[in-house]
Design a protein around this ligand. Structure first.
Ligand code: CRA
Length: 790
């Protein structure tokens, strides 16, 4: 594919798809024309993959997820299709700034954080590996809210990515299902007949996901909700315009917004409806596709593997049983067994507040037949294990974790430590009954986006050094190891990092009016705000360090830039206070002439996938400081290590495996282990004891209390202070000294620039295992029983 052909196609789309003359084309027009020209080139491999799958009647995987945090797609598609040079040349020939064209694409923010981004990395790996499959989710009209800061406080604004045309998708008006809610159930022989009281239409929108080198493409099918009847004409004709539109508005509400919270069970009827809406539409589609090729539904598990991404699609269990039993007359026991053999469930969290429960009364009202079937599923399990005390329905709630476990043939955790904790804590009783069901599949990240796309400088060096195969075989990064002893390679490695830092510094300068010194250490904590992730531990350490610098200005400090990024759920008061505190501390510290040469705090608003792509390649230090036992895995931690940042972290989630892979000597470990945290909490005075033992921590808390960071307002942070001093569940205080001391080891290590870079290069060389290709191969072998088609 050369630039001339691509240019011709861009001009064709400009004229015939967008109706624009080149002379009047805006940046949007050029971007859209390029998108459509690139999309054209995805279609042929996409059709070929679909035809090959149909021809072989292959088993397919169906990844059901409430979230797909895919971000921008254009650059990624260009890379995967090998069109980078052609696209650059075509843009130059049209006098367009290629970087600006790429940056014009809005982020598809259809997710909150790690769970949604993991689903996006999985789509990329499934297409790269030729694993036939579909992602199924919701086409939210509004993705995750846009964050800005007003006087340091988070302000949320609706996100509006669909205001412009979404150039990647194909609308499928013919692929539409009616999805019902409520109503009643009547007995019909051995089975039952559910007559829903209301219904909406689920309409499909397909986005092809192209794999590396364009060898395979799968489909991301997102459902949009529409009214069954568009419009109440009678009401309109009587002048009731709002009433006439009401039906439509009510239906569309279901796919209107992404819930901006991944760590609490919202308990909202709308959320339950969203979950059922996309799960039911997906199952209808899956069964329809199966029945087009096969007649006996008992063979479903040999042709379809349905993965539940957390419990959000857990209603798939009863819904599939309903389809098999009520609609296709399969005996109930057999329907349950068939559904179980088809379904599997990934657990992503142990936090009790994130384990979904739905009030039985709500479930019975919204999904009356499903409530009955849940009880039948529970009865079946109870009669198989009469001594077991496990219940799906308990205390008036339906527990979606238990339901998913019982209805899945495999249950997996997302890191080795997390999977062990799944066995010993949340699902201990079920694990005893089903000892082979829980397995581990440690998360991974796609090297196409997180190295090749985000870090072109380091990617070019790697390719020059070990040739290009690493992009789809990340373990090959190990071949870099011998080069760590080579001064020429190390100089080039350091140059790439430094150039990334300069670029980030320039971006901070023009976007946020705050340039920072590229020679300072870039110390980065980017992730959702949550107390367990302990951004407040980081900011307390920052305050203590600042104090120390002011007290000892001649101690030879290592210059640092503390970089934060992330959003808090709008209803999570404590997380929002932590954001406010960080911004307040930044204001004071950044204005201090005594320390400004050593310490800066930068917190750009609206952290998202595209911002991560800028920050990660420029990072020196990766903050992975959660309370041990609380972060199921983390995936940002993997992206940093891959891009040559050293980790300061606890033994939590996948940090444990990162440390194993890169070597303990190339990882800064601090803090209590998961069992030590549990033991620590047994002492009710643990926070008071820790504060008493740490003059630094005590002083830092005092500065906040005195209003040093809040214009003398000594009340602003009283909730945070009270929490830390009295109910420090996340053991910030108990881990503080260990963290502070570890940070000083980091300072010392950074001063030996050559040694630091060697450690960084070893992190890159030893991160190959964290490719999501490895993770997907694990699911294919251990859970889905699917072989690659290429
Ligand atoms: N919040 C975990 O907390 C994990 C991702 C993906 C999370 C992360 O540690 O890396 O999932 N859990 O496995 C979650 O969403 C509902 O639970 C996350 O993103």
């Amino acid at each position: 594919m050369n630039a001339t052909d691509l240019r011709a196609d861009i001009l064709k789309h400009l004229e015939f798809s967008l109706g624009k003359d080149l002379a009047h084309a805006t940046l949007y027009d050029i971007r859209m024309a390029l998108t459509l020209a690139v999309r054209d080139r995805v279609v042929t491999p996409w059709f070929a993959a679909t035809r090959a799958t149909y021809a072989a009647k292959s088993k397919r995987v169906y990844y059901l997820s409430m979230e797909f945090l895919i971000g921008r797609l254009l650059e990624d598609a260009i890379h995967n299709l090998g069109l980078m040079q052609a696209a650059q040349e075509a843009m130059t020939s049209l006098d367009a700034d290629f970087a600006a064209v790429l940056a014009d694409e809005p982020d598809a923010a259809l997710g909150n954080g790690g769970l949604g981004r993991l689903a996006a990395c999985f789509l990329d790996s499934m297409s790269t590996l030729g694993c036939p499959g579909y992602g199924y989710g919701i086409r939210y009209e509004h993705g995750l809210f846009r964050q800005s800061f007003h006087e340091g406080r988070q302000v949320e604004e609706a996100e509006n990515w669909l205001r412009q045309r979404h150039g990647w998708e194909f609308e499928r008006p013919e692929a539409a299902f009616q999805i019902g809610f409520g109503g009643s159930v009547s007995e019909a022989g051995k089975t039952a007949l559910w007559t829903p009281g209301e219904a909406v239409i689920a309409k499909a929108y397909d986005t092809p996901t192209i794999g590396w080198q364009g060898k395979w493409a799968n489909t991301l099918r997102l459902w949009g909700a529409e009214p069954v009847r568009a419009f109440d004409l009678a009401a309109f004709n009587q002048g009731d315009y709002a009433g006439a539109a009401g039906l439509e508005a009510a239906a569309r509400t279901i796919s209107r917004v992404l819930y901006p919270d991944d760590t609490t069970d919202t308990g909202k009827e709308l959320r339950l409806k969203q979950e059922f809406f996309f799960t039911a539409a997906s199952l209808r589609d899956i069964v329809r596709r199966f029945q087009a090729e096969h007649s006996d539904l008992r063979a479903l598990p040999t042709k379809a593997a349905i993965q539940l991404n957390d419990t959000h699609p857990a209603i798939a269990g009863p819904e599939l049983v309903r389809i098999l039993h009520d609609e296709n007359d399969m005996p109930l026991d057999e329907a349950i067994l068939t559904a179980r053999a088809t379904l599997s469930y990934t657990n992503h969290t142990l936090l009790p507040e994130a384990l979904e429960r739905w009030p039985e009364a709500l479930m019975a009202r919204v999904l009356p037949r499903h409530m009955q079937l849940i009880e039948r599923i529970e009865d079946t399990h109870r009669s198989a294990y009469p001594k077991s005390a496990v219940r799906i329905v308990e205390g008036g709630d339906v527990k979606m974790g238990e339901l998913s476990f019982i209805m899945g043939h495999k249950v997996n955790g997302v890191s080795a430590l997390h999977s062990d904790l799944v066995k010993t804590t949340v699902f201990a009783e079920l694990h005893a009954l089903h000892p082979d069901r829980i397995i581990n599949q440690t998360n991974g990240v796609t090297p196409r986006r997180w190295m090749l796309g985000a870090n072109p400088r380091l990617s070019a060096l790697i390719t020059d050094t070990i040739s290009s195969g690493w992009v789809a075989d990340l373990e090959r990064l190990r071949e870099l190891e011998p080069h760590v002893a080579d001064a020429g390679f190390m100089a080039a490695f350091a140059d790439a990092k430094r150039a990334n830092k300069v670029e980030l510094s320039n971006w901070f300068g023009h976007e946020h009016g705050q340039s920072v010194d590229p020679d300072a250490m870039y110390d980065v904590q980017i992730k959702r705000f949550h107390e367990y992730k302990r951004q407040h531990l980081n900011i307390l350490e920052t305050i203590a360090l600042w104090t120390e610098m002011r007290d000892n200005p001649n101690a030879g400090w290592t210059p640092r830039v503390k970089i934060f990024g992330g959003k808090a759920a709008p209803g999570y008061v404590m997380a929002k206070e932590i954001i406010h505190l960080i911004n307040d501390v930044a204001t004071v510290i950044n204005a201090d002439p005594v320390t400004s040469q050593w310490l800066k705090v930068v917190y750009p608003p609206n952290y998202n996938v595209s911002m991560a792509e800028k920050l990660i390649p420029a990072a020196d230090l990766s903050e992975q400081i959660s309370t041990a036992g609380k972060e199921a895995s983390g995936t940002g931690n993997m992206k940093f290590a891959l891009n040559g940042a050293l980790t300061i972290g606890t033994l939590d989630g996948a940090n444990v495996e990162i440390r194993e892979q890169v070597g303990a000597e190339n990882f800064f470990l601090f803090g209590m282990t998961a069992p030590e945290v549990v033991a620590c909490r047994e002492n009710p005075e643990h926070q008071a004891d820790a504060i008493k033992a740490s003059p630094r921590l005590k002083a830092a808390l005092k500065l906040i209390e005195k209003g040093i960071f809040s214009d003398g307002d000594d009340k602003r942070y009283k909730a945070i202070l009270k929490n830390l001093r009295k109910h420090d569940y996340f053991t910030v205080c108990a881990d503080f000294d260990s963290y502070y001391d570890c940070q000083r080891q980091v300072d010392a290590a950074y001063r030996d620039a050559d040694q630091w870079m060697r450690m960084a290069a070893l992190n890159t060389a030893r991160s190959g295992w964290f490719s999501s290709d490895r993770t997907i191969l694990g699911y294919m072998a251990d859970v889905w029983d699917i072989k690659p088609m290429i």
